[in-house]
Design a protein around this ligand. Structure first.
Ligand SMILES: Cc1cc2nc3c(=O)[nH]c(=O)nc-3n(C[C@H](O)[C@H](O)[C@H](O)COP(=O)(O)O)c2cc1C
Length: 364
């Protein structure tokens, strides 16, 4: 969990905000001596920066005269909503008169909680031989070459990457791309890919739309701030090909069902089909620009420059860690639905019996 929280804070192009504190999850309940007990696990990630905002973020009304200079500056209302952020629709929807009331909650700061929960899900999945890995395949105009044959072991290399990219030569170009955007006081988006290895066939279901694994992964993907496109397998490329060029042929080899290709990205009929699951997610460039776009104030409606605040140049590497966490959460839910059990031991036995029945073995 600590490793994933640190990975979420890292990445070339993040703002100094990430250096204010090191995120750490504190377990409040549901565990004893390193083991979960069957009840809900409760955890908290403290926000140390909150202390620096004092009266400006007080839950209760504050006496203006009592606010020190810094706090006074910070408590001044923000009236210049940023294009691309939740600011304007947020103040309208909740009848607010200060964009700050929207931006703190809308911010991706909360994804640290999702990463902490995802780490628990990844631990559970690992006990069943399922691993979830997120990496960066594009930042701005710089993309890495297709890497169709990546294995779970290849992702260990990410520990030494500053951009979350597995391709060393591309990483150098990504860093130059980020430096150039930062110098222009601009921001960048990119593409994150998540691969899930070791999923048995049959997670999710075709019987109801809400149970479909593909739909759940797509919803989880766009449930992350700034994610605006999802591709399952080779979804977009497949749209321009013929069926004979797309569908992955089935063979029974070495006592198990296998596919010669994986253009479906491990998903058919809203279920896993036993091949690695591949999800690609497009992230838009971040909305807070150091050279702000034009906006209109929410009080006087005059034109003005949008809010400028401490912000990342790009956060695609961090988004890959968040994507990994939310995918792990969805797969873990499907695993619980299919295999149930009140202990990990029960679940492992049920999975083993199922794999035996369907004659499915993991790739060596
Ligand atoms: C890990 C991560 C870090 C982010 N950091 C920033 C940031 O520093 N500045 C910013 O303007 N947006 C940042 N965003 C994006 C905004 O949170 C997002 O664009 C905003 O909440 C509006 O939501 P929407 O883009 O989904 O419409 C980040 C998103 C993620 C996933």
């Amino acid at each position: 969990m600590a490793r994933d929280l640190a990975r979420r804070q890292a990445g070339y192009g993040r703002s100094p905000r990430q250096r204010i504190e090191t995120d750490a999850a504190e377990i409040l309940g549901g565990m004893r001596h390193g083991r979960t007990l069957g009840g809900p696990v409760s955890l908290i990630v403290w926000n140390a920066d909150h202390a620096n905002w004092g009266a400006a973020m007080s839950a209760w009304a504050v006496d203006d005269a009592a606010i020190e200079d810094v706090a006074a500056r910070r408590s001044r209302k923000v009236v210049v909503p940023r294009p691309g952020h939740a600011d304007l629709s947020g103040v309208m929807k909740y009848e607010l008169d200060d964009v700050r009331d929207v931006l703190e909650r809308a911010s991706a700061r909360e994804t640290c909680a999702r990463v902490a929960v995802g780490a628990i899900c990844k631990d559970l999945l690992a006990l069943l031989g399922i691993t979830v890995h997120g990496h960066v395949t594009r930042i701005g105009a710089v993309a890495c070459p297709a890497q169709p044959d990546l294995s779970a072991a290849d992702f260990a290399r990410l520990d030494s990457s500053e951009t979350g990219c597995l391709h060393a030569e591309t990483e150098a170009r990504m860093i130059a791309e980020i430096d150039a955007a930062k110098a222009d006081r601009d921001t960048l988006g990119g593409i994150v890919e998540v691969r899930i290895f070791g999923c048995p066939p049959g997670l999710g279901s075709y019987t109801e739309p809400r149970l479909r694994l593909d739909a759940r992964l797509a919803a989880a993907a766009v449930g992350i701030q700034a994610m605006k496109g999802v591709e399952l397998g080779d979804g977009f490329a497949n749209a321009s090909l013929r069926g004979s060029q797309v569908h992955d042929e089935i063979a029974f080899v070495g006592g198990s069902f296998r596919r010669s290709t994986n253009r479906a990205g491990g998903l058919e009929g809203g279920m896993s089909n036993g091949e690695p699951i591949v999800v690609r997610i497009a992230m838009k460039p971040l909305p807070t620009l150091m050279r702000p776009l034009q906006t209109a104030t929410i009080d006087t409606h005059e034109s003005a420059a949008a809010l400028v605040e401490r912000s990342d140049t790009t956060a695609v590497a961090a988004a890959a860690v968040v994507a990994e966490a939310v995918m792990a959460y969805e797969v873990a839910r499907c695993v619980r639905e299919k295999f149930g059990g009140d202990s990990v031991g029960d679940m492992i036995s049920t999975v083993a019996a199922y794999l035996e029945r369907i004659a499915w073995r993991r790739e060596p």
